[in-house]
Design a protein around this ligand. Structure first.
Ligand SMILES: Nc1ncnc2c1ncn2[C@@H]1O[C@H](COP(=O)(O)OP(=O)(O)O)[C@@H](O)[C@H]1O
Ligand SMILES: [Mg+2]
Length: 350
């Protein structure tokens, strides 16, 4: 046989190139008609032309948007910190295009990424996601006010090495919207169900991104469900203590029920342990329990310790690099590894 392009690869090499496991590649072969045909079946398995595989993987990566919600029923467990760090590392270290959707009325992801000052100006003009939800509640004779283009903030993050993160900002006004949406009779929403509002509004944007990260409020109310409605998966950041981990089984079952209702898969990508203190009995015990409880989502290997560098990352201060923001020795390599693990899990899930 003559292979003009020279190099051939097998399934193991493809898995390595794509940074996924072999079973994932096997799945693609079965499910995806565009997967290149093997040039030969050897005793060791099928072999493929490297150039065709490279083109396939590039196209696959380009066409996929991974949409991931960050959820925990408790506040203060590192949801926002994790979401923002993943967004910044996905962009700055892994060259991905990222959209952060801030659904939490506390607006922390928003102010970390664009500063309080810039947020306040947007908020005065109604250029936040609160307006999207307010529109659904307006009287019929009022025009829609949500302006997607003016609301989308491009090239956010105070780190100059982070060039490809965009943001849909939140607003404190989301608190009041959440309560009113919950008590709205469903007949009022002729055009959209209350959980479809975000989906309908942002659908045209999504294909522009490799990753969409949704920072959810600490509950499973209608606003969070709007985020889950468009998500392929979710992560649960948690402090390894009793109260923070208490609600995890409830999240799992509620999300699974909701996914069934809407007829989509919403995959458990895992638990991110945050603010971890080694040597603390409660943390060590909770961690041991979480590791052995096979009903819980799998823990990410990389765990984020309680660290000043992580706490101060909440300030919107201009720096050049992620190493400067998160610290050269400690947190930078750790968060980079966490992001790499996140990519592997996300890309294996679709
Ligand atoms: N690993 C960490 N070490 C130290 N402080 C942290 C860490 N992760 C988060 N924090 C701080 O804890 C507080 C709560 O974190 P945040 O991400 O806002 O939680 P959530 O979004 O779940 O409410 C913030 O002040 C944040 O800066
Ligand atoms: Mg938060």
């Amino acid at each position: 046989m003559d292979f003009p392009e020279g190099q051939l690869v097998g399934l193991a090499e493809i898995a390595q190139m794509a940074n996924v496991g072999r079973t994932v590649v096997a799945n693609w072969r079965v499910r995806d008609l565009k997967f290149p045909r093997p040039v030969a079946e050897l005793r060791s398995g099928p072999v493929f032309r490297l150039d065709q595989i490279e083109r396939y993987l590039a196209r696959r990566r380009k066409n996929m948007t991974y949409i991931v919600s960050t959820i925990n029923l408790k506040g203060g467990v590192g949801k926002t910190t994790t979401t923002v760090a993943l967004a910044e590392f996905l962009s700055g270290e892994f060259g991905r295009k990222v959209l952060v959707v801030d659904l939490d009325p506390q607006t922390n992801a928003t102010t970390i990424l664009i500063s309080e000052n810039r947020w306040s100006k947007l908020n005065d003009k109604g250029h936040t996601l609160a307006t999207l939800f307010h529109d659904a509640l307006r009287p019929d004779n009022e025009p829609e006010k949500f302006d997607l283009k003016a609301t989308l903030q491009k090239g956010v993050s105070p780190v100059s090495a982070v060039g490809t993160v965009d943001l849909l900002p939140s607003s404190l006004d989301l608190i009041d919207v959440q309560d009113r949406l919950a008590t709205m009779p469903s007949g009022r929403f002729y055009a959209s169900r209350p959980v479809d509002l975000l989906h309908k509004a942002v659908r045209p944007l999504l294909p522009n991104y490799d990753y969409v990260l949704i920072d959810c409020p600490p509950n499973l109310g209608i606003v969070t469900l709007n985020g889950l409605r468009i998500s392929n998966g979710y992560i649960i950041p948690t402090i390894p203590d009793v109260l923070s981990t208490y609600g995890i089984p409830q999240i799992q079952s509620r999300v699974a029920d909701f996914a069934r209702d809407i007829g989509e898969d919403i995959v458990e990508l895992g638990i991110v342990v945050t603010k971890y203190r080694t040597g603390t009995t409660v943390h060590e015990n909770t961690l041991a329990r979480m590791k052995t409880d096979s009903t819980l989502p799998e823990l990410f290997d990389e765990m984020v310790p309680e660290a000043n560098q992580v706490a101060s990352a909440a300030e919107h201060v201009a720096v050049s690099t992620l190493r400067q923001k998160y610290g050269y020795a400690g947190m930078f390599p750790l968060l980079r590894n966490l992001t790499e693990e996140f990519i592997k899990r996300a890309e294996a899930s679709l």
